[in-house]
Design a protein around this ligand. Structure first.
Ligand code: OXD
Ligand code: MN
Length: 601
């Protein structure tokens, strides 16, 4: 087997930040005995450690140095071409009974899969360094904050977690020495990066994750999808809070009135773009700030939902990112960024499809091959990524570190739908809003392996991330609503509706401010709307469309309801609920019956 991650031997003072918590030490000892690494590297998250690991990664070709004048502090990583996206088919929720994992998760019996993983991990780190990474998810003083440890044999993981989490000493301090304290155990090994030995396994009852055989971020940065969403959602249900696949943004009016909004869109549907939206010139004085671009943890306080972003950085989709589509993302990734699977230009810069300017005459593509604009292959992989600190974002919200979180006025659901679903509408109440979330659907993207462009139901954008029975998850949403005296209003948006010519009807990006403004108006009780069978719909004059180049027919189409399409949609909702095998509560079934009844003359 090719040695994918040869051991490194750090100088004194690096790699020796051994934690003092007995439970952690015992666990590390157990994993080291099993995997037999050459040495153990105890990460402290310091600058010195980071510099050392970057230097070693450059030597071992884990990173390629970019032109430091063009993209200071930035590097390129190429993952194995067989390993470029999340692998939902190899992702498991391992609960004592299949019923606890529910109908939407792959399930494995814990004892059997532990035994299988143990065999795969036996001796897997021979000749390699085992890194032990302490990290914290959430602001330092938040009651929602969780501590995790990731053991890994990948330097790319260490360097990425340093950006994506609050890593090192800060996490050790938060954990303390109590051996019974709650913390997540994450074990990752590249093994031989073979799809046949690739498993991403979650053990919610043990607060444990084991990921083998992959080096791709979504499968191996265990803080993110694995802890903050799959294990997080399980803990949230047990402990009475919410872990959601949501961006969080702040919107401030020229008069200084501020609202926070959380929005759940499936992977690669524009969460990062929406979180970093820059209002068009017409909205002079309006400000949008980002709290988070992917994950929101929310808890109840004074009858309202308050949210924190558990993450510390962005792991965003690169292709299509430009100064036109997302200037704040471009500024964020202009320095101190790890790029994965983008193209390398001859002058050491990075390039991807959709970047501003002309394509380079020659580049090295994401696989390491020569590329020219005439090449049939894409230069950057469609799911190529940037890993960048949230501090790089010029529009970072000032309250991002606030432990109590930010109060949420509205929750938005959305997906990629060419037809049927209008640009925006509002649920009648919380339960109806839960129904909107539970039945949302989207055309699939390159963020996961498999067919692209197929409409699939993706409840609350959590289909691949809900770590327990989806029926219990829906019920948790309904129960949370009952505890809120001042619940957020719930909306559904669709930026992706197409006209008969197959072209998008809505220009999206910054212009989404117009939709956001209507949402904020509704939160303030001032926005107009018409009652429709699916919820409150704006009429064209309820949206501020001034100075927007769009014709009336397109607006009518964007806001229109086609009854025939909706009959199909309602049938698809029924089919989806039926496919879940009886786990959907009567309350949501009733919502569907009421929706169908509202379409009857
Ligand atoms: C992501 C995803 O990487 O949702 O955020 O796939
Ligand atoms: Mn995501």
């Amino acid at each position: 087997m090719k040695n994918l991650a040869p051991a490194i031997f750090p100088p004194k003072g690096i790699g020796d930040a051994k934690p003092s918590n007995r439970a952690v030490l015992d666990w590390v000892h157990e994993i080291a005995t099993l995997t037999q690494p050459e040495n153990i590297f105890w990460c402290d998250g310091s600058e010195r450690e980071n510099e050392f690991l970057i230097a070693e990664s450059l030597k071992q070709n884990v990173l390629i140095e970019l032109n430091q004048k063009k993209v200071p502090g930035s590097y390129l990583h190429r993952s194995n071409p067989n390993d470029v996206a999340r692998v939902e088919q190899f992702t498991f929720v391992c609960t004592p009974t299949k019923q606890e994992a529910g109908p939407t998760n792959n399930w494995a019996e814990p004892r059997e899969i532990y035994a299988k993983l143990r065999e795969l991990l036996r001796g897997a780190m021979r000749g390699r360094t085992m890194f032990v990474i302490p990290y914290m998810m959430g602001p330092a003083d938040s009651p929602l904050t969780k501590v995790g440890f990731e053991i890994t044999d990948s330097k790319y993981v260490v360097l990425s977690l340093r950006t994506m989490t609050r890593m090192g000493e800060i996490a050790l301090r938060r954990l303390g020495d109590d051996p019974s304290a709650e913390w997540n155990r994450g074990v990752h090994s590249l093994l031989d990066v073979n799809p046949e030995r690739r498993f991403i396994c979650h053990f919610p009852q043990d607060n444990t994750i084991i990921s083998v055989g992959s080096g791709y971020g979504g499968n191996v940065l265990l803080s993110k999808k694995c802890l903050a969403l799959r294990i997080g959602s399980y803990l949230a249900c047990k402990q009475g809070w919410m872990a959601e696949h949501m961006l969080i943004l702040g919107v401030e009016s020229p008069e200084g009135r501020k609202h926070y909004v959380a929005a759940a869109f499936p992977s690669a549907c524009g969460k990062t773009n929406f979180a970093m939206l820059i209002p068009p010139a017409h909205f002079k004085g309006w400000k949008v700030t980002s709290v988070g671009d992917d994950i929101g943890w929310m808890r109840i306080r004074d009858g309202r939902l308050y949210a924190v972003n558990p993450e510390n950085g962005y792991f965003g989709v690169v292709p299509g990112t430009s100064y036109k589509s997302n200037p704040n993302a471009m500024r964020s990734i202009a320095h101190d960024t790890i790029y994965t699977n983008v193209a390398l230009t001859d002058d050491g810069d990075v390039w991807w499809e959709g970047k501003d300017g002309d394509p380079p005459a020659h580049a090295i593509d994401w696989r390491g091959n020569d590329w020219t604009p005439q090449s049939k292959e894409k230069a950057a992989h469609p799911n190529s990524r940037f890993t960048t600190p949230m501090r790089n974002n010029p529009a970072l919200d000032p309250d991002v570190e606030k432990g109590e979180g930010v109060p949420i006025s509205a929750i938005i659901f959305g997906g990629r739908r060419s037809d049927t679903v209008p640009l925006v509408y509002q649920a009648f109440d919380w339960s109806h809003g839960v129904y909107l979330g539970a039945t949302m659907a989207s055309e699939t993207t390159a963020a996961a392996t498999g067919a692209v462009g197929r409409v699939r139901r993706d409840p609350m954008a959590m289909l691949p991330f809900c770590g327990y029975n989806i029926g219990d998850y829906f019920q948790h949403w309904l129960d949370i609503g009952k505890r809120l005296s001042n619940p957020p209003l719930i909306f559904n948006v669709n930026w992706f509706r197409k006209g008969a010519d197959g072209k998008f009807l809505w220009s999206g990006f910054g212009e989404n401010m117009r939709v956001l403004k209507w949402i904020i108006d509704r939160c303030e009780g001032s926005g107009g709307a018409l009652k429709s069978p699916i919820g409150w719909l704006p009429s064209p004059h309820d949206l501020d469309l001034a100075e927007l180049d769009i014709d009336h027919n397109a607006v009518d189409e964007l806001l229109g309801l086609d009854h025939e399409e909706w009959q199909k949609e309602i049938a698809a909702h029924k089919e989806f609920f039926d496919s879940l095998g009886g786990v959907v509560s009567e309350e949501l079934q009733r919502q569907r019956d009421q929706l169908a009844a509202r379409f009857k003359p």
